[in-house]
Write a protein that binds this ligand. Structure first.
Ligand code: TYM
Length: 340
């Protein structure tokens, strides 16, 4: 686990929680992929005992691109089941759904008033989304990072476990909080990113980050046959044409992923370099390891989804647990802004 070296320590406002608070959000994309787990969820799990940890399924954010209410509802529950199956323990951390704590939308509006439009227009994800969905450049896409800043600020979180793709958003959150503090007095900590050993996981194409919208994912909780097909389709070292050509593990995504599924990855890399093993052998080994590693989580995921009422109860309890935190922040913010 590493914290972002580019961010500097910040002043601690007197109204801050004594124990540092961790917050992170994840979109309700249904079953998470390997990039979500290696880049973020592993840290959510690792940090839940060391800090007061709050994790949110951000369904308001998803409305900027998912428009089928039934799909959104189903995928929200699926993500909740996945997070718990992958190791979040609702007794040791808080898991809730964003729209169950609507105070965040009020804080988002208030943050909008300290956020210059230029900052939002320059956000890489906004430019990317505008290009990818030109027929639906809704205002939510522009203000998406402001809502993200409000997510983090509502519980006054100071640490945010995320993958590297979220770094520009986190930087913007820091700037928004700084702008608020400068105008209305020290209220929020400037949050710092926390990264795993795998802050950027490439997709099966070996080129772009793993992402559901690109369609280059390995769905860790899918049926073994789906995982097998996805891993076997991975692009390896494109310069290794013949089985007898030496492999280059440093540029092969399959070899890189082996780092996270066994201590013997150096031996696997040596086998590739000496052409003792071929790309197919290395992929087959990776398939078996991924399937075995996630087998207990896959079983628990199915069990949890079979009892949606129980899942909903966990999420309701999470939202209730942070109600006093959210209400206290909003009371303070309204007061500072002259709204009372
Ligand atoms: P989302 O839902 O796209 O991703 C959830 C988490 O998974 C990480 N991640 C990756 N890490 C490494 N390699 C990859 N290929 C990869 N793909 C995804 C993401 O970095 C993220 O940590 N905007 C956020 C959700 C959000 C949020 C927040 C996050 C809303 N509010 C407040 C932190 C704090 C998003 O869309 O993540």
């Amino acid at each position: 686990m590493t914290t972002d070296a580019t961010t500097k320590p910040t002043v601690r406002p007197s109204s801050l929680p004594v124990k540092p608070r961790i917050y992170s959000g994840i979109q309700p994309t249904g079953r998470p992929h390997l990039g979500n787990d290696l880049g973020a969820i592993r840290n959510y799990v690792a940090l839940q005992d060391r800090y007061e940890a709050i994790y949110c399924i951000v369904d308001y954010h998803a409305l900027t691109h998912v428009h089928d209410p039934e799909v959104l509802r189903r995928q929200t529950l699926e993500m909740a089941a996945a997070l718990i199956a992958l190791g979040l323990d609702p007794k040791r951390c808080t898991v809730f759904v964003q729209s169950d704590r609507p105070e965040v939308t009020e804080l988002c509006w208030l943050f909008n008033t300290v956020t210059p439009v230029g900052w939002l227009q320059r956000t890489p994800t906004y430019k990317e989304k505008r290009a990818n969905q030109p027929e639906d450049v809704n205002h939510g896409l522009l203000t998406y990072p402001v809502l993200q800043a409000a997510d983090i600020a509502l519980p006054k979180a100071s640490l945010v476990p995320i993958g590297k793709d979220q770094a520009p958003h986190l930087e913007l959150s820091r700037e928004i909080v700084r702008a608020f503090n400068a105008r209305y007095g020290e209220t929020f900590p400037e949050p710092q990113a926390v990264y795993t050993e795998a802050p950027v996981v490439l997709g099966t194409d070996g080129q772009r980050k793993m992402s559901k919208s690109i369609g280059n994912t390995i769905e860790i909780l899918a049926e073994p046959d789906v995982i097998r097909k996805q891993v076997m389709s991975m692009v390896t070292d494109t310069q290794r044409i013949l089985r007898t050509d030496p492999g280059r593990p440093q540029v092969c995504n399959v070899c890189q992923l082996h780092r996270h599924f066994g201590k013997d990855y150096e031996e696997i890399w040596d086998g590739e370099r000496a052409a003792r093993t071929g790309c197919v052998d290395t992929k087959k080994l990776l398939v078996e390891r991924i399937i075995a590693h996630y087998a207990p989580a896959r079983a628990m995921y199915s069990e949890l989804l079979a009892d949606p009422a129980h899942l909903r109860a966990i999420l309701n309890e999470g939202a209730e647990r942070i109600r006093p935190i959210a209400e206290a922040t909003m009371t303070e913010v309204r007061e500072r802004m002259g709204l009372r």
